[in-house]
Design a protein around this ligand. Structure first.
Ligand SMILES: Cc1cc2nc3c(=O)[nH]c(=O)nc-3n(C[C@H](O)[C@H](O)[C@H](O)COP(=O)(O)OP(=O)(O)OC[C@H]3O[C@@H](n4cnc5c(N)ncnc54)[C@H](O)[C@@H]3O)c2cc1C
Length: 248
């Protein structure tokens, strides 16, 4: 079925570090969606329409945010990186995807695990009241290579202040010393017990729901660890403990 496009324009371009950026696109006309869903974003080239799926990093509205990394030799992202405010950019009208709170198990605590731009769906969720109404503690774990890749820090700190400690934010930095958080990879932080120590709550089937998004290697390894702990992928007909969004 042909994709229906909304012709948007670039309203704002925020650069977090070289190649890591958020585009705010003015695109009224996108149908309502749930935080965590994704939209196709693209450009009309002379020879074809070039588009890719992106998790929306904001709740539904006339302006939508997308948190993107420029992929070396990627087809679309270097073009998105070069866009200037005011230029046209297409966004599809209807969002898809089930990486949302309504497809996530009910539990006392919600663990949000992300590498890189896998943070995007959580930024949208944290801006919406539903997550705060549904879970007691939210533990956001963001794995990056360098400290400069830790985007949205001010916004996350503001959530921590507003919600009186219900958001525990653990930066995990693999190639630099993490002042707050863990130095290494998310999988190492889980396996050595440090992540639970920093979170102050256990990662266990009794009290945890887990969402994970980003790099496929992290997803595979964390799935293995969770399975060993007796946690299972959540399915509609077979309730479990975790849900996964793969970017590639
Ligand atoms: C459901 C879904 C949601 C997504 N949401 C986002 C998002 O919010 N932000 C985002 O930046 N990307 C996201 N992606 C990835 C995005 O669709 C593109 O694959 C990516 O932007 C690369 O496009 P490209 O044309 O530049 O590269 P291509 O020429 O298509 O090359 C693809 C290759 O780029 C690499 N790659 C893809 N995505 C990433 C990434 N995020 N980080 C590092 N390497 C990557 C992989 O090696 C992949 O095989 C999402 C993908 C899916 C399936």
């Amino acid at each position: 079925m042909a994709i229906e496009w909304v012709c948007g324009s670039l309203k704002k371009r925020k650069v977090w570090s070289d190649g890591l950026f958020t585009l705010t696109i003015d695109c009224p006309g996108v149908s309502p969606f749930e935080p965590g869903q994704f939209l196709q974003v693209g450009l009309q080239l002379p020879e074809k329409h070039l588009h890719r799926p992106y998790s929306v990093a904001s709740p539904h509205g006339d302006e939508l945010d997308f948190f993107i990394v420029r992929v070396q030799n990627g087809e679309l992202t270097p073009r998105l990186w070069d866009l200037e405010v005011g230029q046209s950019i297409d966004v599809c009208k209807k969002a898809t995807g089930s990486f949302t709170l309504s497809h996530t198990p009910v539990a006392k605590n919600l663990w949000l695990l992300a590498t890189g731009t896998g943070l995007a769906p959580y930024i949208a969720m944290l801006r919406d009241p539903k997550i705060w109404e549904s879970y007691q503690q939210i533990i956001l774990v963001h794995g990056v290579r360098f400290l400069s890749d830790l985007a949205y820090t001010e916004e996350l700190e503001a959530h921590q202040e507003s919600y009186g400690g219900r958001l525990i934010w653990v930066p995990v930095v693999s190639r630099a010393l993490a002042v707050h958080g863990f130095q290494g990879r998310i999988t190492q932080a889980i396996q050595c017990g440090k992540l639970e120590e920093l979170a102050g709550v256990p990662l266990c089937p009794e009290s945890s729901a887990v969402m994970m998004c980003g790099n496929p290697q992290m997803l595979d390894e964390v799935e293995e660890i969770l399975n060993i702990r007796g946690m299972r992928k959540h399915k509609r007909n077979e309730p479990g403990h975790y849900v996964v969004e793969r970017y590639w």
